[in-house]
Design a protein around this ligand. Structure first.
Ligand code: PGA
Length: 250
């Protein structure tokens, strides 16, 4: 199972230390599940210095679609790798909604991240209106088609790049509302099949679920057939809760 911790815009060094120290004590758990921490840019090198000899991996919450130059405030893929990251999250709904990030931009970023060998989590998810209108599958299809439009430029059978899709219904993020097991399974099967059909690949892309995952519901989420892991926001900031989620996955 993949257990990804999206710290979003939270934690100072001292908070990161508390979290990491607690996690490191249970390092044996991270051999069974792949645990990846996504702190803010400012914490990347600090967190890397704490975890580099453990089994915990490091990732960034976003990257620039440019390599270098006059792009104030942006951080390139090369810089992220230089800070110790092996992963990046692209197209999180908070970036799509608040920063108006488009799937076309996500696709360009994916091209950059894959070109430099970074494992990439692409987030997709419908909003409440799409769910109520029952248009969610076509919304997701469009997001995937456009966000992965560079996917076929890479030879996945021989490359080391790993693509992971995170299905995060927007109505479930930070709301305490979790999608039902049927809804999660339906969408995960749909995503896996769509990627195989559309991109003519035999690769089984891991699909992880995100949206109000906690220590109580994670056990049932891990039991769902087509769930390959979880992307955890709020609950990843509480060491005991996050450790319980990791334990439930093993
Ligand atoms: P949440 O966030 O677990 O707090 O709902 C998940 C996410 O946004 O990745």
């Amino acid at each position: 199972m993949i257990i990804a911790a999206n710290w979003k815009m939270n934690c100072l060094k001292k908070d990161a230390d508390t979290l990491i120290n607690e996690l490191i004590k249970s390092d044996n758990l991270f051999k069974k599940s792949k645990v990846i921490i996504f702190p803010s840019y400012s914490l990347l090198t600090h967190v890397y210095s704490k975890i580099h000899s453990s089994n915990i991996k490091l990732g960034a919450q976003d990257c620039s679609l440019f390599d270098h130059g006059a792009f104030t405030g942006q951080v390139s893929v090369e810089m992220i790798i230089d800070a110790g990251c092996e992963y990046v999250i692209l197209g999180h709904s908070e970036r799509r909604v608040m920063c108006k990030e488009t799937s076309e931009e996500v696709s360009k970023k994916l091209f950059k991240s894959f070109s430099l060998g970074l494992n990439t989590i692409i987030c997709v998810g419908e909003n409440l209106q799409d769910r109520e209108d029952e248009t969610y599958l076509s919304v997701l299809k469009n997001q995937i088609k456009l966000s992965l439009s560079n996917f076929d430029k890479f030879d996945f059978n021989s490359s080391n790049n790993k693509l992971i899709i995170a299905y995060e219904p927007i109505w479930a993020i930070g709301t305490g509302k979790v999608a039902t097991e049927e809804k999660i399974n339906e969408v995960h099967v749909f995503i896996k099949n769509f990627i195989k059909d559309h991109f003519k690949t035999k690769i089984d892309v891991p699909v992880i679920y995100g949206g109000s995952v906690n220590e109580d519901n994670s056990n049932d989420i891990f039991k769902i057939d087509n769930v390959d892991g979880v992307l955890v926001g709020g609950a990843s900031l509480k060491p005991r809760t996050f450790l319980k989620i990791i334990k439930n996955s093993t």
